[in-house]
Design a protein around this ligand. Sequence first.
Ligand code: ADE
Length: 233
Amino acid sequence: MVNFHILTLFPDMVMQGLHTSILGRAVARGDISIEAVNIRDFTTNKHGRVDDYTYGGGAGMLMQAQPVYDAYQSVIDRIGQDKPRRVIYVTPQGQPFHQETAKALSKEEELIFLCGHYEGIDERVLEEIVTDEISLGDYVLTGGELAAMVMVDAIARLVPGVLHNGESAETESFGDGLLEYPQYSRPEIWHGKRVPGILLSGDHAKVDAWRQEQALARTKERRPDLYEKYMEK
Ligand code: ADE
């Protein structure tokens, strides 16, 4: 069971995106919980502002410390001051997000994601509350929401119970460091292309060996970096 808390200026975006399909069912069953906390609800500014100019000049606005901190405190008040938690600021300045990151985070109980907007967030509140800064990749999004949603999805599917077929999380791409082998469904011949005969043989050992071979060949061709790493293990 993981409780996800997402601090954001766009709660609807996050809630809509994360309550569909597999994650929606996992929430309904109680295998995970997902809440979005609207940072704007916590501003003490009478015009509802959450951003201001940056000291030192430069283009763009910065999210201020006060509303971010108070939104965070509202979560802490509910989960309990002493409850172990990770507070993840999603930012291109962070450590890259990998399957290993998802695996480690799926073992936590309380994950708080902080989504930035504009030019970012006042450094002082980050220093006080954030335990991990994580990036989705080396590109810049308009805000942290999509990055947080991707991370929540990748973490949630590793939480026990979320995927019913317990095996699938481990045998697919990256579970063992290799890309996935090709797969086929009916019909046996489509557009003149036949399903590889070995898959129809009923010989499970042979099928497994073929799949492993395909996974290796694919990884070597498409992701030589992953192949090298796998062969070193
Ligand atoms: N916010 C904007 N760009 C991002 C990225 N690449 N990863 C995480 N958060 C972000």
